[in-house]
Ligand binder design. Structure first.
Ligand code: HEM
Ligand code: MG
Length: 329
């Protein structure tokens, strides 16, 4: 059953996280890794179980401790992902593909597919991973990495920063519009795409450095090798999606999707956008989660209700009341 979310950290200073207690080890053949370079790195250093199967509390603690992710962001993102990709009964989630180690699945249409599952949390126009339409939405993609480098050279004098992030975010959207007939860019992916563009600046820059300029060797260490650069210090203060506004404002794009052919991007007014953050929450619960669990009963329903409660707790918007997809008990 779901455990309570862990407390925030007392010490939020920069500190050595590539330490002797957390040596990097390459993942073994059965160890799960997926689309998130942050969680992959935490697993390969043992801040998460090295097999890539973790509870929400383990993920929250690891992201807070290992990267100084702020409590609200860590908990909101973790419960969002867990509700759609994790097993509510066993309280386990794969940070990569589907795994028998998360236990017996609840009934379909629940997927319990881990973070690789397309369209419930993972989505299109990622920076270093291809769109699901092209066959692999989770592995490091060398061609996309080459573009990351090219953009960092052109717009960041050889570093990745918020300016580069804004240009690369827009480029990836344009590429998907032009090449992926199934391109989808609606909530929640709409939000996570912009948030994740900030993360390399906020979390992959060494915490002894305050200029927001990410060295590309260090970036590659995270994105490809799932490894802290040697002697890495985490961020000097708790961080979330700082910089998101700047990136989104540089090239505004409204939520939408291609309609089955390339170059057919059509706006979707039912999707949440930056002016309707509460709708992100409401649609996620009433459509995405309820779609996977149309009529849960017993311990399954209790576990889902608790996790939905945690998810709402960390939304951080007092004007956004909790919704109850199966009615209030
Ligand atoms: C991408 C999950 C925390 C960095 C992703 C994706 C998922 C995910 C599912 C794939 C989305 C996509 O690109 O389609 C999570 C969860 C977290 C978490 C559940 C729990 C708090 C972090 C942290 C960092 C991070 C702490 C940085 C230290 C990134 C980056 C990407 C990403 C940079 C984009 C990869 C790319 O576009 O190539 N994350 N993540 N994440 N995550 Fe995480
Ligand atoms: Mg993706």
């Amino acid at each position: 059953p779901p455990e309570n979310p862990p407390p925030a950290q007392n010490d939020t200073s920069a500190k050595l996280v590539d330490d002797a207690d957390h040596p990097w080890q390459a993942p073994g053949p059965d160890d799960m890794r997926g689309p998130c370079p942050g969680l992959n790195t935490l697993a390969s250093h043992g801040y998460l179980p090295r097999n890539g199967i973790a509870t929400p509390a383990q993920i929250i603690n690891a992201t807070m401790f290992g990267f100084n992710m702020d409590e609200g962001t860590a908990k909101f993102v973790t419960y969002a992902a867990f509700l759609v990709d994790g097993n509510p009964i066993t309280n386990l989630m794969s940070i990569g593909g589907k795994s028998s180690l998360t236990g017996e699945d609840p009934p379909e249409p629940a997927i319990i597919g881990g973070l690789n599952t397309h369209a419930v949390f993972e989505g299109d126009a990622s920076m270093t991973r291809a769109d699901d339409f092209f066959g692999d939405n989770h592995s490091f993609n060398q061609t996309l990495w080459d573009q990351f480098v090219d953009f960092s050279n052109r717009f960041g004098a050889g570093k990745y920063n918020y300016t580069v992030a804004a240009e690369l975010r827009f480029q990836r959207i344009q590429e998907s519009i032009a090449t992926n007939p199934e391109f989808s860019f609606v909530s929640p992916r709409y939000f996570t795409a912009y948030a994740e563009s900030t993360f390399p600046v906020n979390f992959f820059v060494d915490g002894r450095q305050t200029d927001g300029q990410l060295d590309l060797d260090n970036a590659l260490s995270f994105f490809r090798d799932m490894r802290y650069p040697s002697g890495f210090f985490r961020a000097p203060k708790p961080m979330g999606a700082d910089g998101l506004d700047q990136i989104a404002a540089a090239h505004p794009v409204a939520p939408g999707a291609n309609n089955g052919t390339i170059n057919s991007y059509t706006l979707d007014p039912t999707s949440a956008d930056f002016s309707t953050f509460c709708l992100l929450y409401v649609n996620f619960v009433n459509q995405t989660v309820k779609g996977l669990y149309p009529n849960p009963t017993g311990v399954l329903r209790e576990a889902l209700e608790r996790n939905l409660g945690f998810f709402h707790d960390f939304l951080g918007d007092p004007d956004c009341p909790q919704v109850f997809p199966w009615g209030q008990i």
